[in-house]
Design a protein around this ligand. Structure first.
Ligand code: TNX
Length: 534
């Protein structure tokens, strides 16, 4: 029997017998795990409506222990916080006498408690949950399991981002990559460059409100995420997607700023930072000096690097190489979008693969050309041609790929499934970038990060797996959650589970239980008619 867990665990055995979990049941916990257990109790109360207590008479025993853990290999890839690849493994045993959750680290225990929380929620009915006897030994396939969130096109306030952290944590995702800068807005404080927030943060796409995170808000968010074992990785997008910076500091802009009107209040900016100007690098250093200390858990800084439309290749490469040096000089490593592989990079750089060959081949060019201005077509075509070489080039340089292919991991694609909810059918027409073919929930799991990434032959070449949600068409928290759930669970399945192929009916059965927690937490979620929701 497969337990209703997402992501699917590495090894499960079930046996006869059951355990009833109900109000007042105690949790025995060593002092160093007390906070973690308290959070678990709170989460179970919200998700399942069952009030456990941290008490002396234990039904659930939580402990640091490595018994049986080595049956599961450590994760492959890179950890955004630079910690050990083995830290997230855990064991979970349910017998008619009680539950034991253990792991070699607090983080492992947290992952185990997350599984227990999902089980209690799935089996909860009228205030108690009857769990089947089972033993799980588990650990992730990939170390970096993330979500990239665009807060530039739409500014999502801290409370919305915290909800997203909660979603990540529920599915054992451990990275929140915050895209805090883009043409439409600069969203993070840099005290030495006040105009970035005074001017650059104003507005967003169309008439959406602007905004930015104060340093105190970033600190709070980073701590909130860390408590849930999620590392926040900042992205400072450069040298393209930089129009907000030029609004704030026009002296950094080239003489003539080029942009193409995309309609609906959106435009594409074709101007980039100039690597040949000293002011450019003073600016970049000021930004890195202000941003890096705000994200102490992150071993990485994301430098963007994508779509520097119109910039000569040599200038782009020179820019990337210098930016990498500056990040490294500050004790951090670099992650960047796949275009950075066109520069000379070292093996410690992570390259985020997004323009997958599958997508480029299946693209409906007639549809695209009717949607974008003619002026843009040759620029796009050239970018796509070069893109096919990016992943092989990154691998040839010894770098690992952070796998984020548009086909499966871009959550801003329109939903292909119908919704059982009439209001959502209307939302479905409005939300999602029309240049992408619509994707079903089934599509989100019928692929594999190794098999479907060109040039990749083994897990060892992969840094991890990251979903991305761009917000050109996503204007509200509601719309954001509508695009994230349930696709985020699919991304987690691909990133954590060791199964290289997913059987849709089996996955859909596990997925069907998830709506209980979403409902309880008042998260908006897409009611796909393809799943028989619990
Ligand atoms: C491409 S993905 C972009 C983003 C857009 C996205 C829309 C990437 C590195 N660049 O600027 O928002 O497509 O899906």
């Amino acid at each position: 029997m497969n337990l209703p867990l997402i992501p699917a665990p590495a090894a499960t055995t079930t046996s006869d017998g059951t355990l009833v979990i109900g109000d007042g049941l105690g949790i025995a916990v060593p002092p160093e795990l007390a906070d973690l257990a308290a959070r678990f109790v709170e989460d179970v109360r919200i998700d399942a409506g069952i009030a456990l207590s941290v008490a002396a008479s234990p039904g659930v025993t939580v402990l640091i222990d490595s018994a049986g853990i080595d049956d599961v290999a450590p994760a492959s890839g890179l950890r955004a916080d630079g910690k050990d690849l083995a830290d997230e493994r855990y064991g979970l045993e349910i017998t008619s006498a009680g539950v034991r959750v253990w792991g070699p680290t607090a983080e492992g225990v947290h992952r185990g408690l997350t599984s227990l929380r999902q089980l209690i929620t799935a089996y909860a009915q009228d205030g108690s949950a009857t769990l089947p006897a089972a033993r799980v030994i588990d650990g992730p396939r990939f170390a970096w399991r993330g979500l990239s969130l665009d807060v530039a096109r739409t500014f999502h306030p801290p409370a919305v981002v915290r909800r997203v952290v909660d979603m990540c944590s529920l599915y054992k995702l451990n990275v929140l990559h915050l895209h805090v800068t883009d043409d439409q807005g600069w969203r993070i404080e840099v005290p030495s460059r006040p105009a970035l927030t005074e001017i650059g943060a104003c507005g967003a796409i169309g008439d959406r409100p602007g905004g930015y995170y104060t340093q105190a808000e970033v600190a709070e968010l980073v701590a909130y995420a860390a408590e849930r074992f999620v590392t926040v990785v900042p992205e400072i997008e450069m040298p393209g997607h930089i129009a907000a910076v030029f609004r704030a500091y026009p002296e950094l802009a080239p003489g003539e700023i080029r942009s193409i009107d995309l309609g609906n209040g959106a435009s594409l900016q074709l101007s980039t930072l100039d690597p040949d100007r000293a002011e450019t690098w003073e600016f970049v250093e000021d930004v890195l000096d202000a941003v890096i200390p705000q994200f102490p858990q992150s071993a990485y800084v994301h430098i963007g690097g994508d779509e520097a439309f119109g910039m000569p290749d040599e200038a782009h490469a020179a820019f990337v190489e210098r930016a990498v040096e500056l990040v490294r000089a500050r004790g951090k490593r670099v992650v960047g979008w796949q275009e950075i592989a066109r520069a000379s990079i070292s093996a410690d750089v992570a390259v985020q693969y997004w323009m997958d060959v599958h997508e480029v081949e299946s693209m409906d060019y007639d549809a695209v050309s009717s949607m974008v201005p003619a002026e843009l077509l040759p620029i796009l075509a050239e970018g796509l041609k070069k893109a096919a070489q990016d992943a092989p080039r990154a691998l040839a340089q010894g770098a690992r790929l952070l796998v984020s292919p548009t086909s499966w991991l871009y959550f801003d694609r329109p939903h292909a499934d119908a919704s059982s909810d009439a209001a959502q059918e209307e939302m479905r027409k409005r939300v999602g970038l029309p240049v992408y073919p619509a994707a079903s929930i089934r599509d989100s799991v019928e692929w594999d990060p190794v098999e479907n990434t060109p040039g990749v032959e083994s897990d060892a070449q992969v840094a991890g797996v990251e979903g991305a949600v761009w917000c050109e068409t996503i204007a509200t928290a509601d719309e954001l959650e509508f695009m994230l759930l349930p696709r985020l669970s699919g991304a987690a399945e691909k990133a954590w589970s060791r199964q290289t192929s997913t059987d849709w009916p089996e996955y859909a059965a596990r997925l069907s239980h998830q709506s209980k927690a979403w409902q309880q937490r008042e998260w908006t979620w897409f009611h796909s008619v393809e799943v028989d929701w619990a």
